[in-house]
Structure formats: C-alpha cells, structure tokens
Design a protein around this ligand. Structure first.
Ligand code: SF4
Length: 248
C-alpha cells in the first residue's frame, strides 16, 4: 500500500469511528438535478382546502340520486329491502305533505297505525302534532311530515343503528328535494340522526341548529308528550322558535 492509499484508509477508518457518513467508492456520479417547470397556482389546491366533487354525475348509478321527486323517493322506499325492518312491515311510510313545504317535521319511525295506513303521525300522537302545527298557524297539509326510518320497528322499539344508517339516505334526499326553510326534529332519534350527535334531547332543544345550512329545531316527540304532559310547555317554547324562523 502506497503512502497515499494508507493515509486515505486511515482517514476513512477515523471517519467511521467518529460516526461520519459511509463512503461508497466507485458509485456512479449522481444524476444532475433537473429544474421542474413552474406549477400553475390553480393546478393544485393549497393545503387544507378541499375541492367540490367534479360536476359530472359521480353517483349516476345510485337510484336515489336519480329520484327527482318525492314520489320517486316513495317508490324506492316501497320496494326497499335494505334493512331487516322490511320483513315485518305491512306498508312503508315514506312521509307525506307538500313538495314545497317550508317546514319539514321529522319523527322517529312508524308505529302500528302508521304501518297499517302507510301514513306518518296518525293516531293520538298525530292528532297532537296537528294541534301543535295549528297553534303556529300551519295547517298540516302545508308541511312535510316523515320519519327517520320508513318501516315500523317491531314492538315500537327504537330504530337500531344499522337500520338508521340504511334508511337515512331517503330522508336526506327528501330534504334535498324540498329545501325547507326550517326542520323540526321531534324526539331524540330524529335530532341525533340529523345532527350526527349523541347529545341528549334535553341538551339539544331550545336552540337553533343547522342541517346542511337549514335551521333545525329540536323538541319532544308528540308520543312522549302524551306520556309526560310536563313536556308540553318546553315543546311549545321550541315550536315557537321554529315559527319565528319561518316568519323571517
Ligand atoms: S326501514 Fe328504510 S332501509 Fe329499512 S327496509 Fe324500510 S325503507 Fe328500507
């Protein structure tokens, strides 16, 4: 080994011992760095900004997105077998009322009479709802009334998570088509579903929320009012909030 090679070997050994980068002898020369062309400011979104979906119909194969009227939605509901509630139903209960309603009332799910008739909010709870609406000078036929699930849960139990998840796109599409001025969510299931929350009804009522930009008021379900008349007063307070929003 020449003096120069011995010197170089000693230097590299010392570098290794000091923790320096390893040296690869005989590796190819690095590629020259090429300069990338400038990127147009509109080519990529800045960090944290999301783009809307493309204008083309991304969900063209989804029949619900192709439902252009409440009757179209009702027809899809009539043939729906997306959850286990289909097996026990007599009739589907898609909802009823004006397609141009300023107020949409959303309840939980059909009960026995609703299941038999195919109409929402009939029976004693329905009569009470009709009175509540009349008290704010809204005839029942001027609003749209529906439920979160469109088939009756057995024994009037609460709809389960998977049933709500399967059914709620129908409700979303109905609201999308009607474009109401105000939504009145009656009962915890309607409120928690539309607001995607687990908060109690008591903590959600007496204030104005938003569902996709639409003011939403939460109050007790008429069936609960029949069981507990003490809730009539707070319900009236909530309904008056909805009435004021409709006036604006
Ligand atoms: S409850 Fe809704 S998702 Fe379930 S079968 Fe009835 S319409 Fe379909």
């Amino acid at each position: 080994m020449t003096d120069a090679r011995a010197l170089a070997a000693a230097y590299l050994k010392q570098q290794r011992l000091l923790g320096g980068d390893s040296v690869v002898i005989g590796s190819p020369a690095p590629e020259p760095v090429t300069t990338l062309p400038p990127v147009s400011p509109s080519a990529h979104p800045p960090a944290g900004i999301s783009f809307d979906p493309p204008a083309s119909d991304l969900f063209a194969t989804d029949p619900l997105q192709q439902a252009h009227s409440l009757a179209d939605v009702a027809a899809l509901v009539a043939g729906c077998v997306k959850c286990k509630l289909c097996s026990g139903r007599t009739k589907t209960v898609p909802g009823e009322g004006l397609a141009t309603a300023r107020l949409v009332v959303v309840g939980e799910g059909p009960g026995k009479t609703e299941d038999e008739t195919g109409r929402p909010f009939v029976g004693r709870a329905g009569e009470l709802l009709t009175k509540i609406l009349e008290a704010i000078k809204l005839p029942r036929d001027q609003v749209f009334i529906c439920n979160v699930v469109k088939c009756r849960p057995p024994e009037n139990r609460l709809p389960q998570y998977d049933e709500i998840a399967a059914c709620v796109p129908y409700l979303h599409r109905q609201i999308e088509l009607i474009k109401p001025k105000v939504i009145l969510a009656m009962g915890g299931t309607a409120a928690q579903t539309l607001l995607s929350t687990k908060q109690s009804l008591g903590s959600l009522r007496n204030q104005v929320h938003r569902f996709r930009g639409i003011p939403l008021v939460v109050t007790y379900h008429p069936a609960a009012l029949l069981r507990n008349p003490n809730w009539k007063r707070p319900t009236w307070d909530d309904v008056r909030i909805a009435a004021r929003l409709l006036e604006n």
